[in-house]
Ligand binder design. Structure first.
Ligand code: CAA
Length: 258
């Protein structure tokens, strides 16, 4: 499928690669780009040959935020009617694990998009921020919520109220980022991690993602209950039988996704 604002590629390693592709606007997340991103995510999620999705930008920018020009003159009624953010929600319906490979600016909606992924691999030049306050607004796609749950209230307040940016190293130290790699190799690092995940038992990987994400949404009691159910459910799969048989027979498992 040909897109205008993103590039997609299915790699032999079972990875669905999505590149945000509005370089002249630092990959600002326009409504059209977000529609295309949603479509591409749903298509990869429905593809049994894709076990992990990687979203990336370019060296200079993962994404510098929602498209300011597309909302500069909007009224509150426009925002309520169009609900520009509603189209962003598609990413939360995706069951396949998603990795953000981030370099350069990762700001506002860009940072919120990266945080909506399951893991983040950053280049040494990555800069994370929620600078919406400088525009007279606040984050609208989870910035105040996901950031606070990940890095804690004190630092989240400083970023959301003061516009403080985090370097890649700081973001890793505060638990926002999994790995930091040189600019030349950050995508390769992300793809290596993605290939490892794409090689896991597909149903277990999907339920693992769901279970960990539940920890951010549910009470401990509900989370533990849900985890128990997901764990028990996997005993209905052929891959559980295969995985345990392969361990006992000291051979690699052959996953079927069944
Ligand atoms: N929306 C629309 N266009 C953007 C953009 C954005 N978020 N960020 C950058 N651009 C455009 C610029 O307008 C410029 O386009 P023109 O050449 O046509 O003028 C081009 O990208 C290059 O940007 P700069 O010339 O500004 O590049 P710079 O290197 O001097 O600065 C920057 C880089 C510091 C990232 C600066 O562009 C910037 O501050 N961008 C805005 C960051 C921001 O405020 N993001 C939050 C957006 S609101 C949001 O995301 C809401 C939400 O929570 C959902």
């Amino acid at each position: 499928m040909a897109y205008e604002y993103i590039l997609t590629e299915k790699l032999a390693t079972g990875i669905g690669l999505i590149r945000l592709n509005r370089p002249r606007a630092l990959n600002a997340l326009s409504p059209d780009l977000m529609d295309e991103l949603g479509e591409a995510l749903l298509a990869f999620d429905a593809d049994a040959g894709v076990g992990c999705i990687v979203i990336t930008g370019n060296e200079r920018a993962f994404a510098a935020g929602a498209d300011i020009k597309a909302m500069a003159t909007a009224s509150m009624a426009d925002m309520l009617k169009q609900d520009l953010i509603a189209r962003w929600e598609t990413i939360h319906r995706i069951k396949t694990p998603i990795i953000a490979a981030v370099s350069g600016y990762c700001l506002g909606g860009g940072c919120e998009l990266a945080m909506s992924c399951d893991m983040i691999v950053a280049s040494e030049s990555a800069q994370f921020g929620q600078p919406e306050i400088n525009l007279g607004i606040i984050p609208g796609f989870g910035g105040t919520q996901r950031l606070t749950r990940t890095i804690g209230k004190a630092l989240a307040m400083e970023m959301v109220l003061g516009g403080r940016m985090l370097s890649a190293d700081e973001a890793q130290r505060f638990g926002l980022v999994n790995h930091v790699a040189p600019v030349e190799t950050y995508l390769e690092t992300a793809l290596k991690l993605a290939a490892k995940i794409a090689g896991q038992a597909p149903l277990a990987a999907r339920l693992a993602k769901e279970a960990v994400n539940n920890a951010l949404e549910l009470s401990l009691r509900q989370g533990l209950q849900s985890e128990r159910q997901l764990f028990q459910m996997l005993f209905a799969t052929e891959d559980q039988k295969e995985g345990m048989a392969a361990f006992i027979e000291k051979r690699p498992a052959q996953w079927k996704g069944k």
